[in-house]
Write a protein that binds this ligand. Sequence first.
Ligand SMILES: [Fe+2]
Length: 378
Amino acid sequence: MLKIINPQRKSSYQLPTKVYFGRGAIDLFPEIIQERKFKKLLLVAGEHFKKSNKFNEIVRKIKDVKIYENVVKRCDFININKLIKFCREDSFDAIAAIGGGTVLDAVKCASAVSVDGCLVEDYLISKKKEVSRKGLSFLAIPTTAGTGSEVTPWATVWDKGKKYSLDSKYIFPEVAIVDPALTDSLSKNLTSEPGIDALCQAIEAYWNIHNNAISDKYALESIKIILMNLEQAVNNPEPKVRDAMAWGSLLAGLAFSNTRTTICHAVSYPMTAHWSIPHGQATSITLPLFIKYVFPVLSKGKLSKILSAMKVKNIIEASQIINDLMIGIGLKTKFSDLGITKKDVDLIVEEGFDPSRSKNTPKVPSPLELEEMLYSIL
Ligand SMILES: [Fe+2]
């Protein structure tokens, strides 16, 4: 029976991306290209995947494909503009990215901006331009389990220590292929950091003020799956655990694609900008603190659902299991282990209220409260 939830509240969920999920799904890629009648494809792959037999096997099966030979190590203005220039020099109608979040986000930007006569900074710094139409058809194939970029309508760009976001409903990927087998050979760090980021994204989607019944379902399932599998995926990976993590990460992407993130992400950006703290480490270090701060303002029903998904009895236990998980997967829980000292906290507080993210939190701390919270993890 269909149950109408809170009809007074305007709530909608959008996902224009066609998602293929499953071990071996990458083998469908040549078929998908053919089915969609793309005339000329540009393929951008991460360094690791480019060296694999699977990469050669796929390329052999696609009729008109050009490989982007440069390495996209960072999603910054130089790398994105190089890609944009390359796209404009030929007549591509589709562009595919196979890689981690950096490759996916750089290609996502290029797919949108290359159909215009501008540079990416015209969209991000001067804001002379905004993405107002669909660009090249973009196909996203993640090789890590965590960023969710394959189903989100934005791309994160870091340039000279500053974080930007290209954001538009027109940049949802057209197709996402999530094949857990592509994550089988990931290192511990490339499993733990994106994995804990996905968990943050799911929890932040759940307590988000823009949540809806659909994003909540995805978020709760994602939280449950990631908590059950992340530690094993890092310390003793086997295919079924990799499958679960890829699924949990996709669900987190589906949840936060419609809500965006909140205070954990906002506070993480200065840590990454000034101390180069990897994204997943930076977003998760405050998660145990914000669980204690935000969970008490959730409604009774909502709180009980997330505690049940986390398999804990109360808020203190919920905060503690995140802390224990971080230690179990080799992440740091104290600033001192990351080279951040008491005097640095001022800068994190000053820059940690990226308004577009922190205001999505149902209870936003004052600068003084945030300072006190951050002192507790020195
Ligand atoms: Fe994230």
